[in-house]
Design a protein around this ligand. Structure first.
Ligand SMILES: CC(C)(COP(=O)(O)OP(=O)(O)OC[C@H]1O[C@@H](n2cnc3c(N)ncnc32)[C@H](O)[C@@H]1OP(=O)(O)O)[C@@H](O)C(=O)NCCC(=O)NCCS
Length: 178
């Protein structure tokens, strides 16, 4: 007979990160993206949902999910970096992180950090030297996560079409992890 002790973590309770794979993962990742946006007051429309689905399946992209007990609790997307803020030639040294989203019920559990670590490991294996991302100047929660994960502001600021300022952060990849 198996005895289950309430509150004792089992291996299934561990959060694991892995590549997004298949339509069930894709639906779950888009759902987490939508819930996380909604929780911060940015309810996404159908056009943005479709755009996110497309980006998660683009060639060369690295879409990740964080999974706990079979449930997708976080998602992230990294892409090959390009010059001219994404429209120019590929920059082999650069990995661009375009999404990090955690299900609001799981905020504060360092799941975002796990996703960033996995991106960094992947980027190092692919010879990238720098990780970059943009985030809202007013998104203090995300900035705390990125600062803890080693990202620093470059001093560049730009504006979304909505007028919201976003700041540019980068992090080098430690030689030990290359
Ligand atoms: C930003 C985000 C990815 C952080 O992921 P996470 O796994 O919760 O990250 P952490 O556990 O490291 O927490 C980061 C910070 O969030 C804040 N935070 C944590 N739990 C929180 C909660 N329940 N409610 C409000 N803020 C909380 C804290 O300031 C924390 O930093 P601290 O622990 O140093 O004080 C997640 O909050 C999210 O999905 N937010 C909405 C989407 C978003 O803004 N993505 C980034 C776009 S660039």
């Amino acid at each position: 007979m198996t005895t289950t002790v309430m509150g004792t973590p089992t291996p299934d309770d561990a959060v694991r990160t892995r590549l997004l794979s298949g339509s069930v993962d894709l639906d779950a990742a888009v759902s987490v993206w939508q819930l996380a946006n909604t929780a911060r007051g940015k309810v996404p429309d159908e056009k943005r949902r479709t755009r996110v689905r497309t980006k998660l399946t683009e060639t060369g992209a690295l879409p990740l999910v964080a999974v706990q007990a079979g449930e997708v609790v976080g998602m992230a997307l990294a892409e090959p970096g390009r010059d001219e803020d994404g429209v120019g030639a590929p920059l082999p040294y650069l990995c661009h992180i375009s999404m990090v989203f955690v299900h609001p019920d799981h905020w504060g559990r360092r799941i975002g950090e796990r996703l960033l670590d996995t991106i960094a490991e992947h980027a190092a294996r692919h010879g990238h030297l720098v990780l970059q991302l943009w985030t809202g100047q007013a998104n203090h929660r995300a900035q705390r996560l990125y600062r803890r994960a080693g990202f620093r502001p470059t001093g560049r600021t730009t504006y979304l079409p909505t007028g919201q300022p976003i700041v540019h952060l980068t992090r080098t990849i430690a030689p030990a992890s290359r």
